[in-house]
Design a protein around this ligand. Structure first.
Ligand code: PLP
Length: 386
């Protein structure tokens, strides 16, 4: 164990099972550890560094803003915050943005919007339906939204008012709507932490229609799927829907903490003065980084994300030791025949940073990873799978 690992273990709360690697520097898709060993990054810090480590364009946007102003609080107007909100609304068709600092916080905002929309309309308290195997964050309320019992144990009492249905079980959702005052349905379109499973298109259409017919807020959690990750700016575009609320974080800031809760026309006026807030939300430096990321997600870039995703899928679905490959764009899950721990250890040993999701290998490479590096990394994964 290195001195750094000993120090960290002694003083940092033990909530993470870190890999035994000290990362000290990164450039684009390559990282160096404390011994000078090089790694190809296929994890982007769990879907965050969309354009790789210390990318020049992103860095210049952030440093440019740091030279002007790093923080004002939300008592004042700043250009990056307003410009980022405009960019997101124009690109999505949604109408208003509340900025937070993480995915869980963006989801907290969405939950408040849904509940207040219902209170304003009916004077009643609303229930929210989420899906089994979902993941919506680690705050107590987003844990309650998360449809996995293992996250609920030890933290009771949880926030009440959440109901869970299995993916595909439209009947269950209908029965909840008949029985409870339901204000929202909240879904990930590709369940990320749950194992990189895209929801079936028809099920999403059913949920969308049920929401429209019953004036229920459809919240799509795009914390992981958003910002170009699946080959569309937001994954809802794959499903031909326009949600009422879309939350995102991770890749949005390119490595700085920012979350966004984007609200469509139905609920655009629900949040009013004093009903929500955040000291850091819309921070000018994080917003400048996010403007740089979003501006670069051009149709050409998104097309290349799809193509690289297709390449990985093609190569790995026919590789020895693979049961199947799931996911969209550059958000992929690989069900391996070998125990996942062995596969990951081999990849790390050979200099490829990978992730897991449940019992799958999870790949979230930089969106602009050069093809040659991707080819090299895929070659190493293939060896690992044998
Ligand atoms: N929602 C989804 C779909 C996620 O994948 C995550 C994190 O993995 C979150 C919410 C929570 O985001 P954060 O860790 O930024 O709070």
């Amino acid at each position: 164990m290195t001195e750094l690992q000993k120090l960290d273990n002694l003083y940092v709360a033990n909530t993470y099972a870190r890999f035994p690697i000290d990362l000290v520097k990164g450039e684009g898709c390559l990282y160096l550890d404390g011994n000078g060993k090089e790694y190809i990054d296929l994890g982007t810090g769990i879907g965050v560094t969309a354009f790789g480590a210390c990318d020049n364009e992103w860095k210049n946007a952030v440093i440019g803003q740091l030279d002007r102003l790093q923080h004002t609080s939300n008592l004042y107007y700043t250009e990056p915050c307003a410009n980022l909100a405009k960019l997101l609304c124009e690109k999505t068709g949604l109408k208003k943005v509340f900025f937070a600092n993480s995915g869980a916080e963006a989801n907290e905002c969405a939950i408040k919007v849904a509940r207040k929309y219902f209170e304003d309309k009916t004077g009643k308290q609303g229930y929210i339906i989420t899906l089994t195997n979902s993941f919506h964050g680690r705050t107590l309320t987003t844990l309650s939204a998360t449809g996995q019992d293992k996250f609920h144990e030890l933290f009771n009492p949880l926030t009440s008012g959440f109901l869970h249905a299995d993916v595909g079980d439209t009947q269950k959702i209908k029965s909840y709507i008949a029985k409870y005052p339901v204000c929202a349905i909240m879904i990930e379109l590709v369940q990320g932490e749950g194992g990189i499973n895209a929801l079936p298109y028809d099920f999403v259409q059913d949920v969308y229609k049920l929401c429209q017919e019953n004036d229920i807020i459809l919240v799509v959690d795009e914390v992981q799927t958003g910002n170009g990750r699946t080959g569309k700016l937001y994954a809802f575009e794959h499903f031909d829907i326009l949600p009422d609320v879309v939350t995102t974080a991770k890749g949005l800031g390119g490595g700085l903490p920012i979350g966004a809760c984007m609200i469509g026309s139905k609920a655009e006026n629900v949040l009013t003065f004093g009903t929500h807030g955040s000291t850091y939300g819309g921070n000018p430096v994080c917003s400048a980084g996010a403007i740089s990321v979003i501006s670069r997600l051009t149709p050409e870039l998104l097309k290349s994300v799809e193509e690289k995703g297709e390449y990985i899928k093609r190569e790995l679905s026919k590789a020895e030791g693979v049961e199947n490959v799931t996911g969209l764009g550059l958000m992929l899950g690989i069900k391996t025949k070998k125990p996942i721990k062995e596969v990951v250890s081999y990849c790390l040993e050979k200099g490829v940073l990978v992730l897991t999701a449940k019992d799958k290998l999870r790949l979230l490479p930089p969106l602009n990873i050069p093809f040659e590096l991707l080819e090299k990394a895929v070659g190493i994964i293939k060896e690992a799978l044998k």
